[in-house]
Design a protein around this ligand. Structure first.
Ligand SMILES: *Cc1c(COP(=O)(O)O)cnc(C)c1O
Length: 386
């Protein structure tokens, strides 16, 4: 048997070695506090679960769902965008529910990228943008996100010969892993740039509801004319602590939404309907859980950044997302420093290099660990430094 060559193009998953090391330590009985998991520790709010349980008992929800979801879900998504961002969407043509946004991010690449084409992806970045490009036979071009440029790509630095072959550009704000946010001025520049160079924009925006100090991040679709070139991915995962239920959405440009629907309708059969009903309740019901979750995360962010600075790591205070992106001390690579923290302090973090070359020199710490574990980690960090 011969596996397809496309598999050979996928680089080894960097976190394998570190995860194995954590497992070995835990098997020996060592207590490792992990900042490595980007998954909310608090449960899905109970009003959402109750809705899902009721829907699960209804035989109407036991059959194959439609690929494009329930009309009521598409409407609830459109209403939510209107309420939250003032963005008007046609729920039939500009909204597509997804089995978690990761699935749509992977599949939309198939709508644009042919062998020899380029996708512009952020570095550091969520690995799916570049991996799906490789699977499609295309080539990722990495746009560096540097601290000097506030973790925004510099469009003028992209070579002309790259732009000729580029079909789409990925953006992600609020950003994983850097925690950076941006504003409508930047989004407007991105859209002008995409129009000038005949690019589609895919904006991955699962963290717009994970924000601090009441500063709500914008949607790229708030820019007038954005829908001519852009779609935006959103997810119930981080907003309502629903990572395990798998539900998200793509919204925006009708032609792209239709293309994505055509790919998906040949590969999947939609989202289990009880989960769609849970999502309708999440989007239409009380939104209080969002400020409650953010208050918890903000307290954790303040505590963690304080101790990181005390032990000499420089870090910006993230305004959104549940990630703290910290510079490692000079003389260490991100992997060296990750191993040192693990061996000497019993603390697991993710090395920045795992998110791309520009992630070298950084580590990512996630705020999604219970408060008592965070306090334990903070004690360990202060003692370790002494
Ligand atoms: C979590 C995450 C996603 C995927 O979320 P889903 O659970 O698949 O909806 C997409 N992009 C980024 C940057 C993420 O951090």
């Amino acid at each position: 048997m011969n596996l397809a060559t496309r598999l050979g193009k996928l680089p080894a998953y960097l976190f394998v070695d570190i995860n194995r090391k954590i497992e070995e330590k835990r098997a020996r009985g060592e207590d490792i506090v992990s900042f490595a998991i980007g998954d909310p520790d608090l449960p899905t709010p109970s009003h959402i679960i109750e809705h899902m349980c009721r829907a699960a008992h209804d035989p109407a929800n036991h059959r194959y769902p439609e690929t494009n979801g329930l009309p009521e879900l598409r409407q609830a998504i459109a209403e939510w965008y209107k309420r939250r961002f003032g963005v008007v969407l046609n729920s039939e043509k500009e909204v597509l529910p997804l089995i978690g946004s990761k699935e749509g991010i992977g599949h939309v690449t198939l709508c644009f990228v042919e062998p020899g084409d380029i996708a512009l992806v952020t570095d550091p970045g969520y690995p799916v943008y570049s991996m799906s490009t490789l699977i499609a036979g295309g080539e990722p071009y990495f746009m560096p996100l540097t601290e000097e440029n506030d973790f925004l790509p510099d469009f003028n630095a992209i070579p002309v010969e790259v732009l000729v072959k580029a079909k789409l550009m990925w953006l992600n704000y609020p950003n994983n892993p850097t925690g950076a946010t941006t504003n409508l001025d930047f989004f407007e520049k991105a859209i002008d740039f995409a129009k000038d160079h005949n690019l589609a924009i895919c904006h991955d925006a699962p963290y717009t509801e994970v924000y601090f100090d009441d500063q709500k991040p914008p949607s790229l679709l708030e820019v007038p004319g954005a829908k001519e070139v852009a779609i935006e991915f959103h997810s119930l995962s981080k907003t309502y602590h629903m990572t395990g239920w798998r539900i998200g959405m793509a919204v925006g440009n009708a032609e792209t939404i239709d293309a994505l629907f055509r790919v998906k309708s040949n590969l999947d059969s939609g989202i289990p309907q009880a989960i769609q009903h849970a999502a309708i309740e999440a989007l239409r019901g009380s939104q209080e859980c969002i400020s409650e979750h953010n208050a918890v995360l903000q307290r954790r962010r303040d505590k963690l950044t304080k101790v990181l600075r005390e032990i000499g790591l420089t870090t910006r205070m993230p305004k959104a997302t549940f990630y703290v992106w910290a510079r490692v001390p000079s003389g260490y690579t991100s992997v060296d420093f990750t191993n040192k923290l693990l061996d000497e302090a019993g603390i697991a973090v993710t090395p920045g290099i795992g998110y791309g070359r520009e992630g070298e020199g950084y580590i990512r710490l996630s705020l999604t660990l219970p408060d008592d574990r965070l306090d334990k980690a903070i004690d360990r960090l202060s003692n370790w430094c002494r």
